[in-house]
Ligand binder design. Sequence first.
Ligand code: 3PG
Length: 413
Amino acid sequence: MKGAEVVKLGIKTLDDIEFRGKVAIVRPDFNVPIDPITKVIKDDSRIRSHAKTIKELIDKGAKVVIIAHQGRPGEPDFSESLEEHAKRLSEILNKPVKYVHDLFGEEARRAIRELKTGEVLVLKNVRTYPYETKKLSAEEHARTEMVEILSSLADVFILDGFSVAHRSHASVVGFTRKLPSCMGRVMERELEALSRIFEHPEKPCICILGGAKAEKGTKAIENLLRKKIADKILLGGLIGQLFLVASNVDLGRPNIEFLKRKNIYECLPKAVELNKEFKESIELPVDVAVEINGLRRELEVKELPTDYPIYDIGTKTAHKYANIVKTAKSVLVSGPLGVYEKDEFIKGTEIVFRAIAESKVFSLAGGGDTLAALKKIDLYDKFTYVSLAGGAFVEYITGSKLPGIEALKSAVT
Ligand code: 3PG
């Protein structure tokens, strides 16, 4: 989404702002998998990506202040300190990165005032500030103490974390009401990749949806088909099971109970409606894999119901989907097609994902579990673009507006 497209969105990029000598507050997504006890970073992919934006700002002579989060308060991956993140960023950039264990108090303010051109400072986890995650508008967040104080010390704001853009949090939306703002390179790349499906998809465009997020999944199906973005949607995972029920297949008691326990069943009326309206465009599994005594067994859908849990699409379905993928010019993937965490049940996901990776199509994948599955089968680098986002990606494909993007569109100049 370069040039004209960016102008269309009305969001500035790093090309549109002069950074020399300016204090730039950058909001990346440094929320990475960490060891809950030692807090050691286990996967630094996100930090590596954002480092490119930060490096460009350093090269352009900015004084960079990073505001980010790690985990949610009370959860095992929460860490008040982002010192490990600062250290890792320093290794990646191959230059010193300062850290203060303060957010907008005296220590943080002094450190920001003392920053020299080309220096980088990381502040403590922004989620230690209780107002950060309060459900407030951009205007209300702009009036919080943190945003007031930090923006009085800065010249410009850069939102680089597309993966936090679905949160109307102070650090995501608040600064855009106070400072000239733009998107960073990570955000730009994510929007550019998404535009290749959502703005001008090369046809046929095939979408593969799996996973367990039924409400978002049904919304995504409706969005993709109603707007004629997808020509076909191939379903697997629990959302695939829901649509089998919607087409009058009896999955068997344990499977129905599981769908009910996970609140997936609540989306049945919507699934029935979509199934009727878009019958020609929605492909459902023709066989499934169940677990019997720890082993994979396959059943045709016409052999259902079963007393055993369904954990994957069957091999026949996987090859059918793989063949459909081969007819596509662009492919969107959100969610694995089975319980990929269990080696026996990654097979369906692997066959389909491998077919995408080996084809010449433009392929875009996103969502936390999709990324984990791609890593497990070593296909992460084989897709044209893999989004860094989890929840934000899923939200985007439902057609919902993301607060971070909206805030950038109406940022002060
Ligand atoms: C993510 O990992 O998806 C983002 O960092 C957002 O995290 P959150 O779901 O805790 O807001």
